[in-house]
Design a protein around this ligand. Structure first.
Ligand code: AMP
Ligand code: MG
Length: 393
């Protein structure tokens, strides 16, 4: 059985960003990663621009200026100023070539079209130079940049409507178990509602993975092989839930073997999620997650998340980790590393009650996992602990 750190290092080593890319409309590119640098086709701003509401002046030695014209945002005319002249101007408006400072209106006293500066203006103040932010031909954003709302806004401000991004993998979610009933139907004795498929697909959609297909199979060796074969045939990634443990009716491990999946690792010294399997079938990747819902989800975040993000070209593929003071105590049983459902708020973290791998009621409130390494036995109140922030917003 390998350690959490070994498992994470193995995943990082064995996954390289895909070479698959696609052209996408910028409006559809949120959450995607740039496959190529974005080069600016224009200077931004495209003209000398007023940063304030006030008066554009052609500086003279005097503090008074004669107001000769007005330029508002969107205007295209070019008034010509002589020394000692001013034009009324507004934020975003083009600054006449002959103007060399903007006096903000709060520092201007106006009487019969004559402006008196209450503070001496300085050369170029409140003028945004042409191309101040980005020059035409310059790299605006580099390959590997994640397209956040700000990045999308920035690209669009340069007039760009299409980007080249890493193609996101297609992902199959395969749930296993005879006991699984579909929500919306009545439960018969011995059944539980199947919840891992929608939970995992929601986590994926939250991360902008859209190409998801669902498979469901009962605990039957032959059917498990057939279903997994179908899942592999049409997807880059296969996520299996359940059936990977050591019970007589856990057929996933054997089925993966039959399908010639190469085991990279099986079992991690952690709680929850000990029976985690990571394998490869040619260039396809499979994670078999434990069926217990909280174990499935924390394994998803800890291992599947960085794998998918790295594959999708994201340079920041690791979850954010930070340190925080624990507001609760926790006694760890056994020597496995643990991931504990927790709520993190500004430097403090509360380890929640109800850590069972079968239960989601506290995971539903959590925004973080507290990581307790193998070497640590308990957490006392006020101890500094390692916190892994969940990408759930
Ligand atoms: P397994 O990993 O198949 O042994 O399942 C472990 C536990 O998780 C069992 O109690 C299962 O009933 C439960 N479980 C497995 N798959 C799901 C699922 N898709 N949704 C909800 N619970 C599940
Ligand atoms: Mg099962």
């Amino acid at each position: 059985m390998i350690s959490v750190e070994e498992a994470l290092a193995i995943i990082e080593d064995s996954i390289t960003p895909t070479n698959n890319f696609e052209h996408l409309e910028v409006s559809k590119a949120i959450g995607r990663t740039l496959f190529e640098d974005v080069i600016s086709p224009i200077n931004m701003p495209p003209f000398r621009q007023s940063a304030m509401d006030g008066y554009a002046v052609c500086l003279s030695n005097d503090l008074t200026y004669k107001i000769i014209d007005e330029v508002k945002a969107g205007d295209g005319h070019h008034p010509v100023l002589k020394k000692g002249e001013a034009v009324r101007i507004f934020t975003g408006a083009p600054v006449p070539d002959s103007a060399n400072a903007i006096i903000i209106q709060e520092k201007a006293h106006i009487e019969s079209q004559v402006l008196t500066a209450t503070v001496e203006p300085s050369l170029h103040e409140n003028i945004r130079p042409l191309g101040e932010q980005t020059l035409k031909g310059q790299t605006a954003l580099k390959r590997g940049t994640l397209l956040t709302p700000a990045a999308i806004g920035y690209i669009t401000s340069l007039g760009i409507t299409e980007v080249i991004v890493y193609r996101k993998p297609s992902i199959a979610i395969v749930v296993t178990g005879n006991e699984l009933a579909e929500a919306g139907n009545d439960l018969t004795y011995g059944q539980i509602y199947e919840s891992n498929a929608i939970m995992l697909s929601s986590a994926l959609k939250n991360l902008h993975y859209q190409n998801i297909s669902h498979f469901k199979v009962e605990d039957n060796y032959k059917n498990t092989i057939e279903t997994l074969e179908k899942a592999f045939a049409s997807n880059d990634i296969v996520l299996v839930s359940g059936g990977i443990s050591v019970g007589d009716y856990d057929f996933v491990g054997k089925a993966l073997q039959e399908l010639e999946v190469k085991q990279v690792f099986y079992k991690v010294k952690q709680k929850p999620g000990k029976p985690l399997f990571f394998g490869k079938k040619e260039n396809k990747i499979v994670f078999a997650l434990p069926g217990n819902p909280a174990a499935a989800l924390s394994s998803f975040y800890i291992y599947v998340y960085p794998a998918l993000q790295k594959l999708s070209g994201n340079l920041n593929f690791s979850l954010t980790r930070t340190k925080a003071r624990s507001t609760s105590s926790y006694a760890k049983k056994g020597d496995r590393a643990q991931f504990l459902k927790a709520i993190y708020t500004s430097g403090k973290v509360e380890i929640l009650e109800g850590q069972s791998s079968s239960m989601l009621h506290t995971f539903a409130l959590a925004n973080a996992l507290v990581y307790i390494p193998e070497s640590k036995n308990s957490v006392e109140r006020n101890d500094e602990v390692e916190v892994i922030l969940l990408p759930i917003n």
